[in-house]
Write a protein of this length. Structure first.
Length: 162
């Protein structure tokens, strides 16, 4: 009996998923169907594009379909789809987006921290730092983003004061 994972054209499947996600809400059933096909083929995504051929193939497909868009635009969709394949949860376009949308443009209670975080985004090592935090979250080292950041910083020797 042939190994299903070896006969499945994952590149074409990932391209179809990326196209469906790009199409929007009407394509959620297609995406969930593709996740089901991957689960039946016993395909499990690894933690990183550096160590997982399927994650790399999917990242390439998403990048080619979302031309001209920031990586953050499609990386949330990727995370949601990978979770759907690995855990069996249904893919949802809304679950792959953050709940914070815009907000007021005036002074806010978090304006000071917003400015600091905006500056951190331009740091050359910020993307690799985010990968460490995301990995920590995926490994369930903490239940919240704050917990993951706290855990990481404490492991690096920083003292967190409230």
């Amino acid at each position: 009996m042939a190994n299903t994972a070896n006969t499945l054209d994952t590149i074409a499947l990932f391209r179809g998923v990326a196209t469906a996600i790009h199409a929007g809400v009407n394509a959620v059933d297609i995406v969930n169907g593709s996740a089901s096909v991957l689960r039946e083929a016993k395909i499990v995504f690894g933690k990183s594009v550096k160590t997982c051929q399927y994650r790399l193939q999917f990242a390439d497909a998403m990048k080619s379909v979302f031309k001209g868009k920031a990586q953050k635009t499609y990386s949330n969709y990727m995370t949601s789809f990978v979770s759907s394949v690995n855990t069996g949860t249904a893919f949802s376009l809304s679950s792959s987006k953050s709940s914070a949308k815009g907000g007021s443009k005036g002074k806010t209670k978090t304006e000071a921290i917003d400015k600091v975080i905006a500056r951190v985004f331009s740091h050359p090592e910020f993307a690799s730092w985010c990968e460490k935090i995301e990995s920590s979250f995926q490994d369930a080292e903490a239940d919240t983003l704050e917990g993951c950041v706290r855990s990481y910083l404490e492991a690096e020797g920083y003292v967190i004061e409230e």
